[in-house]
Every structure is written in C-alpha cells, then in structure tokens.
Design a protein around this ligand. Structure first.
Ligand SMILES: NC(=O)c1ccc[n+]([C@@H]2O[C@H](COP(=O)([O-])OP(=O)(O)OC[C@H]3O[C@@H](n4cnc5c(N)ncnc54)[C@H](O)[C@@H]3O)[C@@H](O)[C@H]2O)c1
Ligand SMILES: O=c1ccn([C@@H]2O[C@H](COP(=O)(O)OP(=O)(O)O[C@H]3OC[C@@H](O)[C@H](O)[C@H]3O)[C@@H](O)[C@H]2O)c(=O)[nH]1
Length: 386
C-alpha cells in the first residue's frame, strides 16, 4: 500500500483502535471501511457480532488478524480497561438508541447512555488515550422556532431552526416526557467528556450523528429481531413495505428529519480518526442538510423506491395515521426539525455529504429486499403456532 497521508500531507501512523459497540449498525460499517481501506487494527467489542461476521470469517480474508472480536458487556467486564490500554484510540458507539426504548425503558436508557459510558471516559483519561465518543443530534432537542406561533414569519429564518454545535441551546420537554431521557443522558456525558478535556487534558472528539441510515440498520421484527420490537423509522417502514402493510405515520408524520447515507457519514468518521490534530477538542454535527423531508414525505418516497426495486405494486392506501401514544406509549415526545449546520466539520475536515435521499433509499431498499423478502414470504406462509 502506498504511504497514506492526512489532510496536512503527513504520513498517517498505524493505529490500534478499541471500538466499543462495533457489532452495531454504525460499527459494522466503520469496521468494514477500516479493514478495506486502511492498515489499522481493530479490537471490536460488543455483546453481538452478527453484523460483522462477514469481516471475521473465514480466516483467509485479506485483513485476517487485523480485526479481533471480544464478546463483552461493558456494564460488567474487567477486561475493558486492559483492552483500552492496548489501543491508541478508543471509539465508543455502545448505547441503547431506539426511541421506542426511551419512554418505556428510561432507566436502561439513562444507564446505557451515561453510567455505562463513565468507565470508558475514565480509563481514557487515566491512560492518556484519545476518545471519539458518539453522542446524538437529539442533544439539541426541539428547535427555538417550534415555540413561535405557527404563522410567525420568523419560523422561516434559519436562525430559529439550524442546529449549531457552538451556539444552539439544548431544549428538552418536561421530565414526564421520558422521551428526553436519552438526549439528557447523552448531553451529560458530552459535558463530562468536555470537562475531562478542560481539566485533565483528555483528547476527545464528540460526534453528533443526524439520522444516518443504510443497510444493516436495526432489525426486521419477527425475522432478525423480536416480533413486537419497534426499530427506528427506516426499519419500521422497510418492514411495512416487505409485508405489504401500510406505513404508520406517527402523529401525522409532520416531523422533519435530514437523512444521510451511512457510507457518506463513515467517510467523515475516518477523517476524524486519521486527522487527530484537526478533530481533537471538537464536537461535530454529521448529517446531510440537503436531504430534508417530513416523515410523511419519507414514507411516500420509500413507497415509490420500493415499488421500483421490488417490482411490486403500491397499496391502494400506502400509509395510515397512528397516534404517538398508541405507537410508542406514554411519555413520547418528538424533535420537530433537524438541520445540521456544517460550518465546523467543513472547516476542520473539508467534508461534505454526497448522496441524495432517492439514491440512498434505492441502494438501501435493494439491500432490504434482497436480504429479507424471501424470509418474510416464508414467515407469512407458515405463521408461528400460538
Ligand atoms: N444511527 C444513527 O443515526 C445515530 C444517530 C444519533 C446517534 N447515534 C449514536 O451512535 C451510536 C451507534 O449507533 P448505531 O445506530 O450503530 O446503534 P446500534 O444499536 O446498531 O449499535 C450499538 C451497539 O452497541 C452495543 N452495545 C450496547 N450496549 C452495550 C454494552 N453494555 N456492552 C457492549 N456493547 C453494547 C449493541 O449491542 C450494538 O451492537 C450510539 O451511541 C447512538 O446513540 C446513532
Ligand atoms: O413507524 C414509524 C417509525 C417512526 N416514525 C417517526 O419517524 C421519525 C423518526 O424516527 P426514528 O425512529 O428514526 O428516530 P428519531 O429520528 O426520532 O431519533 C433518532 O435520532 C437520532 C438517534 O440518536 C437515534 O437513533 C434516535 O433517537 C419520528 O418522528 C417518529 O415518530 C413514524 O412515523 N413511523
């Protein structure tokens, strides 16, 4: 391999990366990228490894020996500190991060996103290890604009809705709206990491992903996850399309999101990994401001794209309205709109997202159809005994 250089033309040093939560959606794509395009070594830690099995076996893979899986739960495993000590860089992705859990399992959500991350931060700080920690765009909560009257012209002013790392406030709902248990726990761990940087010199980067989507996200209920489970919206809508059921629009599908293709986002993470001088001490929004839709528009686009890639007709009523109380239960609330400001990541890393929403849905739904259509047909033909 030719000498690889960073953004400032310096040779990139070979690293051993301790990746916690490597078996999840983002972790699987990051491991794939690191194995296929870099010479770095990965200590992959997770409770599961199904999504990275293709990188671990067989032994003849070109990167054999560069990725090592350690099955462990960071809640209670004394191997954690030793593995962190072996690494040059720690990336923490481990978390409960599906909205259906925030209001129904608030304790697990807070423990997972705050308490369980504490030893990781502490071991990094004590052992002088660089940390890239995955936070979330949810730390911004609701936009300032959402509190203005519906007909206020200020709602059109980006100052009232674009989310900026260094100036936007974090606006959550009341305590009984347990939806915010996740965002609040993530905010506190961000503050703790920032304080470790300020007081003890911890070298850190905080990533705030804005709805990264693509293949291997979450699970399809009843196929590779629990039948009653509620994954994030991409998997919910994929499941509905695969089963020829109407897509469920929570509270009218009026919330707005910007979706980014996982492969674009992973490019940004690789730049952070390999350009520590430009990434350390920063919090980065990583999203695609050009791909904004309401959830209703997302449902309509996914319906069209799925018809194209599967060759199936569209249902007469492709969507159905459902209340958030019915879908998620008591204590659900929502972020109204999420547009990332890209100034900081652009300036520090020169990164920009590339893939349009239509294109990313086309490749993702092609994957969903290829991976799940047969299994769904079989499960429908042979309903489980009850
Ligand atoms: N995907 C997104 O759009 C998005 C958006 C915002 C924030 N994030 C953040 O990015 C990170 C990764 O998200 P993802 O989408 O890959 O989620 P994911 O659920 O697919 O991955 C998380 C992984 O962490 C593992 N994990 C959880 N608790 C663990 C523990 N105690 N010990 C060991 N492993 C544990 C899980 O088994 C899972 O494989 C999370 O911190 C999440 O909050 C993701
Ligand atoms: O079937 C569904 C599922 C979801 N939705 C709606 O679709 C929107 C997006 O829902 P998602 O499940 O993808 O999750 P959210 O965007 O609300 O939160 C996510 O944001 C960033 C991360 O930290 C987490 O991965 C998650 O909290 C929400 O408004 C939700 O109410 C539906 O209308 N129907």
């Amino acid at each position: 391999m030719a000498t690889r250089t960073d953004l400032d033309g310096r040779p990139i040093k070979l690293m051993t990366i301790c990746m916690i939560g490597a078996g999840g959606f983002i972790g699987s794509h990051l491991c794939e990228k690191l194995m296929s395009e870099t010479p770095h070594k990965v200590l992959a830690l997770d409770v599961y490894n199904d999504k990275i099995k293709h990188l671990l076996e067989p032994d003849s893979l070109p990167w054999a020996g560069r990725i090592q899986f350690h099955r462990l739960n960071i809640k209670h495993d004394s191997r954690l500190e030793g593995l962190i000590k072996m690494a040059d860089l720690v990336i923490n992705l481990a978390a409960i991060c599906t909205p259906a859990d925030y209001n129904t399992r608030p304790l697990d959500t807070i423990y997972s996103n705050f308490i369980d991350a504490l030893p990781v931060v502490k071991y990094c700080s004590e052992n002088n290890k660089r940390l890239i920690h995955f936070s979330t765009c949810e730390v911004y909560g609701k936009t300032i604009g959402s509190f203005l009257p519906k007909d206020s012209p200020l709602r059109q002013d980006p100052a009232y809705y674009v989310l900026k790392e260094d100036t936007s406030p974090c606006i959550f709902g009341s305590i009984e709206k347990q939806r915010w248990s996740y965002a609040c726990a993530k905010q506190l761990i961000e503050r703790l990491i920032y304080a470790e940087g300020a007081e003890n010199g911890l070298e850190f980067t905080i990533v705030r992903p804005f709805n990264w989507i693509g293949p291997r996200m979450d699970f399809i209920p009843g196929i590779d996850g629990p039948s009653e489970g509620v994954p994030r919206v991409l998997a919910c809508f994929s499941n509905n399309l695969l089963r020829r059921e109407p897509l469920k629009l929570v509270d009218g599908g009026e919330s707005q999101r910007t979706f980014i293709y996982i492969k674009d986002a992973i490019e940004a993470v690789l730049l952070m990994i390999e350009n520590p001088d430009r990434a350390n001490g920063h919090i980065f929004n990583v999203g695609n401001p050009n791909n904004e839709v309401t959830v209703r528009q997302l449902a309509e686009m996914m319906t069209k794209v799925y018809a194209k890639v599967s060759g199936e007709t569209v249902l007469e009523s492709p969507t159905v309205d459902v209340s958030s109380k019915e879908f998620y239960g008591e204590g659900y609330d929502d972020s109204d709109k999420r547009i990332p400001d890209m100034t900081i990541i652009n300036k520090q890393l020169g990164w920009n997202p590339k893939t349009s929403l239509w294109d990313l849905l086309e490749s993702t739904l092609t994957y969903q159809h290829r991976t799940y259509a047969e299994a769904i047909k079989k499960s429908i033909a042979k309903p489980s005994a009850s």
